[in-house]
Design a protein around this ligand. Structure first.
Ligand SMILES: Nc1ncnc2c1ncn2[C@@H]1O[C@H](COP(=O)(O)OP(=O)(O)OP(=O)(O)O)[C@@H](O)[C@H]1O
Ligand SMILES: [Mg+2]
Length: 256
């Protein structure tokens, strides 16, 4: 098991944001995470990353790091984290090379010394992502899609076991999206566990075998994708009429 959350709650400024969450993930599973704005998805993933701790009484263990029982600062080096929240906080004058290297230390900004080997690895990642030509530009001068690729490169440099995409397709054109989907499928083949948060419910790629539905800080339903992504369950989850259909092994969910 790579994630074991038992009775996990989280409160901020008096508001219960996560409420008695139980969630277990086995290696090799790929999860789609759905929930309306403000339901607690990013907060949950921040906990998985070790940025926040559960309230007293909860148990959290991620990749063998047991919260409260051992130092978990290193945990985030084993997890690739791709989110707009992160993109917004990257120093605007840093170059793609520096940003990708900073992933090795899970830091914003590159503060540590790096060796030739690290640089060669960052360059290999840039080649793979097709962004070598951006190597020495400033981050602020890049397009949205180019920035996204740099942030993905940053997530890959430490060979993480888990890669989290938190609304990673926002602002990408249809071809950039297709590229990203192909990359995600390749990462899944490389034995990474992928968690994918999205509001665009036409992004449920066939490789995803599990789904987690979060509503108002609580888990509404979870489990095998085909059991969770079905009409009755989704209508109950959204409290509204939706359409679900499957095409080319991909699920699509739309408001009616
Ligand atoms: N520092 C904070 N103080 C108070 N409330 C907070 C704080 N951080 C998050 N929240 C609240 O917690 C709830 C869950 O936030 P979270 O970012 O986890 O939602 P989300 O499911 O990721 O939403 P979205 O789809 O909009 O990204 C929201 O209502 C948010 O306003
Ligand atoms: Mg969010």
């Amino acid at each position: 098991m790579i994630i074991d959350l038992q009775n996990v709650s989280y409160r901020k400024n008096g508001k219960l944001i996560l409420d008695s969450v139980n969630w277990q993930v086995e290696a090799g599973e790929h999860w789609i995470i759905l929930g309306l704005n403000g339901s607690g998805k990013t907060t949950l993933l921040n906990m998985i990353n070790g940025y926040i701790f559960p309230l007293y009484g909860g148990y959290a263990n991620v990749l063998g790091y047991q919260f409260g029982n051992c130092p978990i600062a290193d945990l985030r080096k084993h997890i690739g984290w791709i989110s707009n929240a992160l993109t917004e906080n990257i120093p605007v004058n840093d170059t793609p090379l520096e940003i990708i290297l900073s992933g090795k230390f899970a830091s914003l900004g590159l503060w540590e010394k790096v060796g030739d080997e690290d640089i060669a690895k960052a360059e290999a990642i840039m080649e793979k992502l097709g962004i070598m030509k951006l190597r020495d530009r400033t981050f602020s001068s890049l397009s949205q899609g180019e920035k996204q690729k740099v942030v993905i490169g940053r997530a890959l440099i430490s060979d993480p076991e888990i890669i989290i995409f938190d609304e990673a397709c926002n602002g990408l054109d249809i071809f950039a999206k297709k590229d990203l989907y192909q990359l995600i499928e390749k990462l899944a083949e490389d034995k990474k566990s992928i968690f994918f948060v999205t509001h665009n419910t036409d992004e449920i790629l066939p490789m995803f075998n599990k789904a987690l539905l979060i509503k108002e800080g609580k888990i509404h339903s979870k489990g095998d994708l085909k059991d969770v992504i079905q009409l009755e369950n989704l209508q109950d989850f959204y409290g509204s009429e939706v359409d679900v259909f499957e095409r080319n092994d991909r699920f699509f969910i739309h408001a009616k």
